[in-house]
Design a protein around this ligand. Sequence first.
Ligand code: ZN
Length: 443
Amino acid sequence: MATVLDPSARNPISGNSRFTKDELTRFVRTVNPSFKAEIAEAFLTVGSKYGIKGDVALCQSIHETNWFRFGGDVAPEQHNYAGIGATGSVPGNSFPSVTAGVTAQIQHLYAYAAATALPPGETLIDPRYSSVKRGSAPNWEDLAGKWAVPGYDKNKYSSLDAALKAGDSYGQNIMKLYASMTDAVQATGQLVVLDAGHGGSDPGAKGFGIVEKDHALAIALKVRDRLLARYIVRVRMTRETDVFIPLLERASLANQWGADYFVSLHHNAAGGKGFESYVYTGTRQKESGKRQDIVHAAVMSALSAAGAVDRGKKEASFAVIRETKMPAILIENLFVDNAEDAALLNNPNVIDKLSDAIAIGVGQALGLAVKPVPEPEPEPEPEVPVSAQYPEGTPQWKIDAVEWLYEQGMLTDKSWKKQIDQPLPLWAEAAVLKRLYEKLLKL
Ligand SMILES: [Zn+2]
């Protein structure tokens, strides 16, 4: 299990997708081999346009369509991947294309997740958009009882609350699919365990509006997303929510999981400024120390550009780096109670750069393979109206005559259209005549 499924977890609908078209396609095809990659691609492109997690939306569709095998009230030709408008025996809405169907679904999610207008240039396709109370369900788990009514199995649970506590409601089941997708995609690669310090009843250090447990978790989640986006790697978190987990349990989770690297994220306090990193006492010269050199350098290159100082690479006997059996590091990302450091920690740009730097440092320290960058799709040639393919003022009868030659396959090179009044060279005439002759022979 990639994630400790916590019934109190709430996962936002808004955000970026974590997986690629190929990864999504491979996952759906493990159950439905005829699943079309085009659908996975539409979820990613439309999702990113609306700032909605397209890969989780695809899991919603897996849930709604029985792995795109349909067989319920909705038929595949309807391009309706989320049962929009389908209730009981009503077949629901139909959409003209894959993109339109996915757009309707993403718009419906957007209606629940946000209260802002459609992105510029977007047309409303979702027929039920206006029936949604805007922004009323920012998390997948909130959709039970809203998008899906009742959103749980009435035969199993007495109330939605009971189903939520059991982790068996509509949105939670979508997140379980997402967790198994994460497991399937991450079947290869080294395992990095990210440990966001503190949590729950233990807030850690506080200063200038920063609470260590929240900042550490926000950065850990960003590091996870960046690692998964950039490298062939597996990532697990000791916590993904604001929960208290004892130090020894964090280390034993990483040991149980067979982690290749343990990275604990903290912020400093009480007299000082700058960044420092720790490995367990006596391991500066070992593998932990070698990796510390790399991670520390990567982080400092981002932080020194922002004006932070380097407090150095250190050793200590902190429980999480002592009790973990694999190489481990604990980093103290600046002082929450120092005005200059806190200003950096309160700057989202710095947090992004820091998260990037940690991911890159870990990637380099482990020698992770970089994911192949997908080839950009060739731009489809814009449709030029036929008359515009000829010089201006060309009479229609000339166009019709020449177009007939193209339709018959006598002429193939479209550039001749621009020279409609020029004679064909002998070789071209010969080619046309030869094609005509061959065509006649076949008649
Ligand atoms: Zn701490």
